[in-house]
Ligand binder design. Structure first.
Ligand code: MTE
Ligand code: MO
Length: 337
């Protein structure tokens, strides 16, 4: 997203074998049956040893992540192989730590436990809950989702979490609540990117959805991936995943969910309004001002695929946007994008 800098179309990364979803599912079954969740770490440690920042390796960012038992949601099937776990761990967007992709090199000091999520605003039941309690109290699901960054790279990931609607319903939104605002953490001593006095200095990261978008069954609060807790660089301990939207709509390392009456401002839209709109649904026909969105490049394999409208999730979300322009007063008076 760096302004004024063209995006590279190829990654200088070695190819790595991705996993067909069937193999992932069978492996999960095997691991569950044998109680061997730790086994999944072995190839990863081998790969991580070869990548080090000083004495800190990629493997260090993933060792010690607790396995998270979950139930596979069979509704979400993939049309492509899963992205290898190490690829999703070593190529990230997380501007609190770095404007480059090797975020993992900068997360060592980041403390993600204990962690609290606050739900506030136009609701009957304001609530602050620890992520520990969320993980033990919520029934966790595993969902295989496509993921698309606005920069035209993509991945396919087995996320673990639960529908955002569950928390919102428990909070009991008032009739006046029309939007949901999301806020990430602020910790300048642990997140080096939050000290930079440059154009990105709007911390903490903030995003927003309409209430119907937030209540959509696809909107997923994520606490894990690949059978384990989230690595720090992937937005530990809690992030939002909205598979029909560009990746930046889903805030990582979430601390706040607030129900509001007016369309909230968002981080990227505030910084570069003509490039990053409020809705930002994946759309091959709407080019970014600086690049095409017609195709995407899979992390790891480098395979190019045609971009799917709503990232292939139109049956779940199309109705939310029928006949609606971003400037529609029903969606409040934000800036167009
Ligand atoms: N707090 C926060 N959340 C964020 C970002 C960020 O910089 N800070 N980047 C966004 C962008 S642009 C993308 S593509 C995804 C990247 O998630 P990943 O690194 O796990 O692939 O996180 C999104 N959420
Ligand atoms: Mo992104």
């Amino acid at each position: 997203m760096k302004k004024l800098k063209a995006q590279k179309t190829r990654l200088p990364l070695p190819r790595e074998e991705a996993t067909p979803p069937e193999v992932w599912l069978n492996r999960r079954r095997f691991i569950k049956a044998a109680g061997l969740a730790g086994l999944g770490m072995t190839p990863l440690l081998a790969a991580g040893r070869a990548m080090a920042a000083g004495d800190f390796t990629l493997a260090d960012t993933m060792s010690g992540l607790a396995p998270l038992p979950s139930r596979l949601d069979q509704d979400f099937t993939l049309d492509r192989p899963l992205t290898a776990r190490t690829q999703t761990a070593r190529y990230n967007n997380f501007y609190e730590f770095s404007t480059g992709k090797k975020v993992w090199e900068h997360v060592r000091r980041f403390q993600t436990s204990p962690w609290h999520l606050e739900i506030s605003g136009l609701i009957k039941k304001p609530l602050t809950i620890s992520v520990r309690d969320l993980i033990t109290e919520q029934e966790l699901e595993e969902r295989l989702y496509r993921f698309r960054c606005v920069e035209a790279w993509a991945m396919a990931v087995p996320w673990i979490g639960f529908p955002l609607s569950r928390l919102l319903e428990a909070a009991q939104p008032l009739a006046s609540a029309r939007y949901v605002r999301f806020g990430s953490f602020l910790n300048r001593s642990q997140a080096p990117g939050q000290n930079k006095a440059d154009t990105y200095n709007l911390w903490p990261y903030f995003e927003g959805l309409t209430l119907p978008e937030a209540m959509n069954p696809l909107s997923f609060l994520v606490v894990g991936m690949y059978g384990h807790e989230l690595p720090k660089q992937s937005g530990a301990p809690l992030r939002l995943i909205l598979p029909w939207k560009y990746g930046y709509k889903g805030a990582k390392s979430l601390t706040k969910i607030e129900l509001v009456a007016k369309r909230p401002a968002t981080f990227w839209n505030t910084l570069i309004p003509h490039e990053y709109g409020f809705f930002s649904n994946v759309n091959p026909h709407k080019p970014h001002p600086r690049w095409s969105q017609a195709s995407e490049r899979m992390l790891g394999s480098g395979v190019r695929r045609p971009t799917l409208l709503y990232n292939g999730y139109q049956k779940y979300v199309k109705h939310l946007y029928r006949g609606l322009r971003e400037s529609d007063p029903r969606f409040g008076f934000g800036r167009k994008g």
